[in-house]
Design a protein around this ligand. Structure first.
Ligand SMILES: *Cc1c(COP(=O)(O)O)cnc(C)c1O
Length: 360
């Protein structure tokens, strides 16, 4: 046995396994396992990225100033309240490192995003889950799970992989019921896809409480997952903490430039939102016609219950054999389900055709 050991908790992390991106022997791949943008990025974002190809020897602007300023203007907040990160995953990890440690508890709902237990264990904190109701975060159950050791409550809204969300009213009831010693982190990675009237991404809560942070990403509707770019809106004191612990150059220049261009291409975002809504509605109807039950989703993915057809893993492998990659849900304790990203219309039509063939 080596005397060299990592800190307690780290070896208990089940490493995050991303969606598959390859299938042996497939001539054409349909990648629906990672909730990536169906239409690819805005051409303006791709052009901004390419324009930096001759400047790769330069360090980026450590403050991501242009992007931060543009985001702050949109939200009508102080630029210092915005912190950019290498994906929102980095910000979730930095928040956890800053506000939780050994002996502390990090709370989230039963089928919450898998990065939360990873972030908690990485700092020696204990992940705690609260039961959901109808695969939706349950505010009362979350409040009942709070203990004097709770430091952070992570709530993905809408949640991945369930696709469900809690209303702005429920979010406020959650915050009101939490002690001030608990930081509420609202992970709004899919906010731009949501059109429900009672939904809020959470910027209004950040404005009203000094114990709420909202995280966002350029990986989903903006379709820039390869660049690793996320940001958060935080109360000034929390933002100050994040600026202290983050790396001085944590966001690359191509990510900053492409992110800014993507943000400005509002027509593209609107087209992506409309495509997702139309294509998701179409796809869900076809799945239901095949006898499957689909959990209501406001995101760019759907969680499908395959138990009427038997083993979900066998279905996943049958799809993979046809070059269609979807996500298995065992790690989310939903092994009878698969999560399918909404891709292009032609891709979703191929999934429907394949499922009709696979149906037992
Ligand atoms: C995809 C996702 C993220 C983060 O993605 P990044 O690429 O790290 O910005 C965060 N939260 C949820 C719920 C997600 O599904």
């Amino acid at each position: 046995m080596s005397a060299l050991l990592p800190r307690p908790g780290i070896l208990e992390i089940a490493p995050y396994i991303g969606g598959e991106a390859q299938a042996e022997g497939a001539t054409r791949l349909i990648r629906l396992a990672s909730n990536e943008g169906a239409l690819g990025p805005s051409p303006r974002a791709a052009a901004a990225y390419r324009a930096l190809a001759d400047d790769l020897h330069r360090y980026p602007d450590g403050g991501s100033t242009a992007l931060t300023t543009a985001l702050a203007r949109r939200l009508d907040v102080e630029p210092r309240q915005i912190v950019c990160g290498a994906g929102s995953d980095e910000l979730l990890a930095l928040l956890t490192r800053s506000y939780a440690g050994p002996g502390d508890e990090v709370l989230f709902s039963a089928h919450g995003f898998l990065m939360y237990p990873i972030a908690a264990r990485a700092v020696g904190a204990t992940p705690v889950t609260a039961p959901e109701t109808n695969l939706t975060a349950d505010v009362d159950a979350l409040l009942a799970a709070v203990t004097p050791r709770t430091r952070i409550l992570f709530l993905a809204n809408p949640n991945n992989p369930t696709g469900s969300y809690v209303s702005g009213t429920e979010l406020r009831r959650l915050r009101a019921g939490l002690p001030d010693s608990v930081l509420l982190v609202i992970d709004s990675a899919y906010a731009e896809f949501v059109t429900a009237e009672d939904y809020t991404a959470g910027e209004d809560l950040v404005r009203d409480f000094d114990t709420v942070v909202m995280t966002r990403t350029f990986s989903k509707i903006y379709a820039l997952a390869a660049l690793r770019l996320g940001w958060c809106l935080a109360p000034p004191a929390v933002a100050d903490v994040l600026h202290r612990v983050r790396g001085p150059f944590n966001v690359g220049a191509p990510a900053q430039a492409a992110g800014l261009a993507a943000l400005e291409d509002e027509a593209f975002v609107e087209a992506a939102r409309r495509h997702n809504q139309e294509c998701r509605t179409w796809f869900v109807e076809r799945l239901q016609a095949l006898g499957l039950s689909v959990f209501p989703s406001v995101g760019n993915f759907v969680l499908v219950d395959f138990s009427p057809w038997g083993d979900a893993e066998a279905i996943r492998l049958a799809l993979k054999g046809r070059g269609i990659l979807v996500r298995q849900m065992g790690a989310y304790r939903l092994p009878h389900c698969l999560r399918i990203t909404i891709g292009r219309q032609d891709e979703m039509a191929e999934v429907v055709t394949a499922l009709a063939e696979i149906r037992p």
